[in-house]
Design a protein around this ligand. Structure first.
Ligand code: S3P
Length: 441
């Protein structure tokens, strides 16, 4: 199959209800925690994307059995010492930073050398952020100057640590929490606020954890070596995958969309807060609590009078994966939008700030950038009619999906390469577009 799509027509108005793919962060955490439980866990609605499949394949290599049924995955957990690490192993993380960083936390007690490798994009990303704290627990870890491959050999003499996590990285925090789970005694983490799914799982599974809100930080204390039983879980929809359809609807004429069963945990909904400040009227309906996570249906409508935003920095972490699509809304808004301190965006599947700024310039939007701060000069009347070829060399799924939304709402003749990139997070992306009336070739 050719690895590009062509878009030559704008999307027509729609009034639809959809569901989007399951949450990637939660799917990966759920599988990893099920692998550490004693007994069988049943996980419904697992996201079947490449990042999650790599997680499943890796736990299998580590001796954890799983079975796929029609509706759920059964995972046969063997407890906190259940990974079979007698032999040297190589685990492929593919494109998944979340899996690669979290599994290292669970390998602090491995018996042999376990090597983590990744694809071209993941191999460029920073792993010193997890290697440094994890080494303090006692394992031997080597890396390629802070990048993959990373090899870990655990120890039976783990010691709890005190650590300050300053980046607001949930992957880093979660990796430390999973290592703490394996370690006797109390591990204390002071972590800049970030998505809190791991904390919610710990509470839910009765793993001893204490949480204190300290302004920009959370104080987390984990009391390790607590075994827990297998569990059942139904993974909700992913707000990050929804974000492309939220923006598609805002920028399309006379359209309305309801997206059902989405995780709207406040550590993930920065995009909704930001877009509503820009005049969008996104609403959460039927809000309910599921095992500590907030789930809702999202209602969104077209918006004609978008206005620029001076984006408050405290929303950076809860919108970190959505900035590229938020920038597209800024490009169509009245006024100059500013976004500050987005250094972490450069550390994603591609240097996303650079790639997104280049994209905006390519479609004729004035952007000024100083270090990790950007100003986007919006053009509410922006309409395109040229030819655009987007080559997504680093196969960044979010850049690809944002480009599709731009093509479908701004006009022009587009050829978008690296369509396969969607497989890391949202393999159903094109099917959902088709449901909304898009004809793709
Ligand atoms: C994730 C955390 C974020 C996010 C990534 C998923 C997670 O990364 O960008 O897509 O599941 O914990 P950082 O922890 O590096 O900010």
């Amino acid at each position: 199959m050719k690895n590009y799509i062509q878009i030559k027509k704008k999307i027509i108005p729609y009034n639809k209800t959809i569901i989007v793919s399951s949450d990637k962060s939660i799917s990966i955490r759920c599988i990893l925690l099920a692998s550490q439980a004693i007994g069988i866990s049943k996980i419904f609605n697992v996201l079947e994307s490449e990042d999650v499949i790599n997680t499943l394949k890796s736990i299998k290599k580590l001796g954890i059995k799983y079975k796929k049924n029609k509706k759920f995955y059964k995972i046969y957990g063997l407890g906190l010492k259940g990974f079979n690490t007698q032999k040297k192993l190589v685990l492929s993380a593919g494109n998944s930073g979340t899996f690669a960083r979290l599994i290292l936390g669970l390998l602090v007690n491995s018996n042999n050398y376990i090597k983590i490798i990744g694809d071209k994009s993941l191999s460029k990303r920073d792993f010193s952020r997890v290697v440094q704290p994890l080494e303090k627990f006692g394992p031997i870890i080597s890396s390629n100057k802070g990048r993959l491959p990373v090899t870990i050999k655990g120890t039976d003499f783990l010691r709890p640590i005190d650590y300050i996590e300053e980046r607001g990285s949930a992957q880093c925090k979660s990796s430390i929490m999973l290592a703490a789970l394996k370690t006797p005694g109390m591990t204390r983490i002071k972590a800049k606020k970030s998505r809190n799914h791991t904390e919610i799982f710990f509470k839910n599974l009765n793993i001893p954890i204490k949480l204190k809100n300290k302004g920009k930080y959370d104080n987390i204390v984990v009391n390790g070596e607590a075994n827990y039983r297998g569990f059942n879980y139904r993974v909700p929809g992913d707000i990050s995958s929804c974000s492309f359809f939220i923006v598609l609807t805002i920028l399309n004429k006379n359209s309305k969309l309801i997206i059902r069963n989405v995780n709207v945990n406040s550590t993930r909904t920065g995009i909704v807060k930001i877009l509503n400040k820009m005049n969008a009227k996104i609403k959460f309906k039927n809000i309910r609590n599921y095992k500590g996570e907030l789930i809702a249906d999202i209602e969104v409508k077209s918006c004609k009078n978008l206005k620029a935003i001076n984006c408050p920095e405290y929303l950076n972490s809860s919108a970190i994966d959505e900035f590229v699509i938020i920038f597209l809304v800024a490009a169509k808004s009245k006024g100059i939008s500013t976004f500050k301190n987005l250094g972490e965006l450069e550390k994603k599947e591609s240097p996303r700030l650079t790639v997104a700024v280049n994209f905006l310039k390519e479609i004729g939007i004035k952007v000024s950038r100083k270090k990790n701060n950007v100003k986007i000069y919006g053009q509410p009347g922006l309409e395109l009619n040229g030819n655009y070829i987007i080559k997504n060399f680093q196969k960044d799924h979010r850049i690809f999906m944002m480009s599709c939304v731009a093509a479908l709402t701004l006009g022009g003749n587009w050829k978008l390469f690296d369509r396969d990139s969607i497989n890391s997070s949202f393999p159903d992306f094109f099917n959902v577009l088709k449901k909304l009336g898009v004809n793709l070739n």
